[in-house]
Design a protein around this ligand. Structure first.
Ligand code: NAD
Length: 451
């Protein structure tokens, strides 16, 4: 144990909680990660990892073996044993777009019931989940109601910016660590917790704000990133109508440091657990406080239309989809993860199924989850197998291995060499040379044969 080691509970062993817990243990803290999903705990306790996240398994194993990381089903026990209680449970969308905060409320009650004085001062309950502004006040009220009168504690917000697929690296090399606090005591304690990262020569910014601003930073950041994606997708659509090339436009834009090149990749649109739900939640929060954040509605509209435009390209290429054999490459919502929540591929599979197509699908890691939803599809062991005998191949997730496919071999196994690329991973010139009919996003189609 280092001098700066703290005792930390992380409630929720999902993408965020498990990564946060394992990484805090790696920093030298003593961490207990809690989950109420018995199956997940069983996997973790037997040395497995319930999610695919590069580097996480090694990290968990190392810290469990070192005695710094353990797993528990009990919020009560973890609360008693810890000075920091991170809440990292899900905040899924409700049908009306608002965030379902019932998991957070439940945990707040359970934490409150067992909160006592910490070993160094008041315990700090940290919101790690993405939550609407003012949730910190509700967490505080709920804990106050459950805790014995006069129990000292603080509520802080520490929004998470990790990206699935590079979550471990993002934890240790963040651009910034944001903490929303009510006191300098909490700010100092949070700084101590993250000290090994903040002391790194790269010095990420340690941004200290009030709790509400920290909550808003997370929603504003995700909304802005989604806005960039929808913006470049709108530009891609204009390129398709005017003969421009969106890759050239994005490069020309992105070289301006005020704009920057990231998140200017045209494609089938964003998915995943965060952007869709966080945008609709933020849109609703704004409405509830009396502000019509119409811009966010447009971001969501463009994103939904992008998937429809993709299916229209499939129809344009095939005319009739019924009974056609269609290969789908990529099912996860993005590369390097097995997360399929709100993945564009699910909408594409649903549409293909409704059209009566015969589906062959392949993803390096996400097939098992999808198989349960679309048992009628054939799941393949490689991209080439998924392409074998197909009338068209759809590229939905930009896994690196797809960009490295041998185009000649690919063309050789397909019945008709038609590729519809929702991620622009192939070069139109290379596809033309290889003899494909090729449709992508915001770039002129390649049609070797006169049609
Ligand atoms: P998740 O659904 O993968 O994990 C949540 C975990 O909490 C589950 O394992 C669930 O069993 C557990 N849980 C729920 N109620 C519990 C209770 N009462 N006691 C103990 N455990 C309980 O979710 P996630 O992807 O880790 O996201 C968590 C939060 O972090 C969300 O608010 C999300 O928006 C936010 N976030 C997610 C990401 C991401 O990339 N996934 C990034 C930044 C922020």
């Amino acid at each position: 144990m280092t001098d700066r080691s703290d005792r930390v509970a992380v409630i929720g062993a999902g993408h965020v909680g498990l990564v946060t817990g394992a990484c805090l243990a790696e920093l030298g803290h003593h961490v207990v990660v809690v989950d109420n999903d018995a199956g997940k705990l069983e996997v973790l306790r037997s040395g497995g990892i319930p999610i695919f996240e590069p580097g996480l398994k090694e990290l968990v194993t190392r810290n469990v073996d070192a005695g710094r990381l353990r797993f528990s089903p009990s919020v009560a026990e973890a609360t008693e044993a810890s000075d920091f209680i991170f809440i990292a449970v899900g905040t899924p969308p409700r049908p009306d777009g608002t965030a379902d905060l019932s998991f957070l409320e439940r945990v707040s009650r359970d934490v409150g019931a067992r909160l006592g004085p910490g070993s160094r001062g008041p315990k700090i309950v940290v919101e790690k989940s993405t939550v609407p502004v003012n949730t910190g006040d509700q967490v505080k009220r709920t804990i106050q109601r459950s805790a014995p009168a006069g129990t000292p504690f603080e509520v802080a917000s520490n929004p998470e910016f990790l990206r699935e697929g590079s979550a471990v690296n993002d934890f240790f090399h963040p651009d910034r660590i944001v903490v929303g606090v009510e006191s300098s005591y909490a700010a100092d304690a949070m700084r101590r917790l993250y000290a090994p990262i903040l002391d790194d020569p790269r010095h990420p910014e340690f941004v200290v704000t009030d709790v509400r601003s920290a909550e808003l930073i997370k929603h504003a950041s995700n909304s802005f990133l989604a806005l960039k994606i929808s913006f470049i997708n709108a530009i891609a659509n204009i390129c398709e109508l005017t003969g421009g090339n969106v890759e050239h436009v994005a490069r020309g834009m992105g070289l301006d440091p005020r704009i920057g090149p990231s998140f200017l990749h045209a494609g089938i649109g964003y998915g995943g657990f965060c952007f869709p739900k966080d945008l609709s939640a933020f849109h609703r929060i704004a409405k509830d406080v009396g502000y019509d954040f119409h811009l966010l509605q447009e971001v969501m509209n463009i994103n939904a239309q992008q998937r429809q435009r993709f299916t229209r390209k499939v129809e344009e290429a095939l005319w009739v989809v019924r009974d056609k054999v269609i290969g789908v490459l990529g099912l996860a919502f993005k590369p390097q993860t097995d997360d399929i929540r709100e993945a564009p591929a699910l909408d594409i599979l649903r549409w293909l199924s409704e059209q009566g197509a015969r589906i062959k699908a392949y993803d390096p890691v996400a097939m098992e989850q999808v198989r349960a939803l679309f048992p009628e599809a054939q799941y393949c062991t490689s991209a080439y197998q998924a392409a074998e005998g197909v009338d068209a191949l759809l590229l939905v997730t930009e896994w690196e291995e797809f960009a490295a496919l041998d185009l000649k071999r690919l063309r050789g196994v397909m019945r008709h060499p038609i590729v519809i690329d929702g991620r622009n991973i192939f070069s139109p010139d290379a596809m033309a040379v290889a003899g494909f009919e090729y449709y992508s996003v915001g770039r002129a189609p390649v049609r070797p044969m006169k049609v």
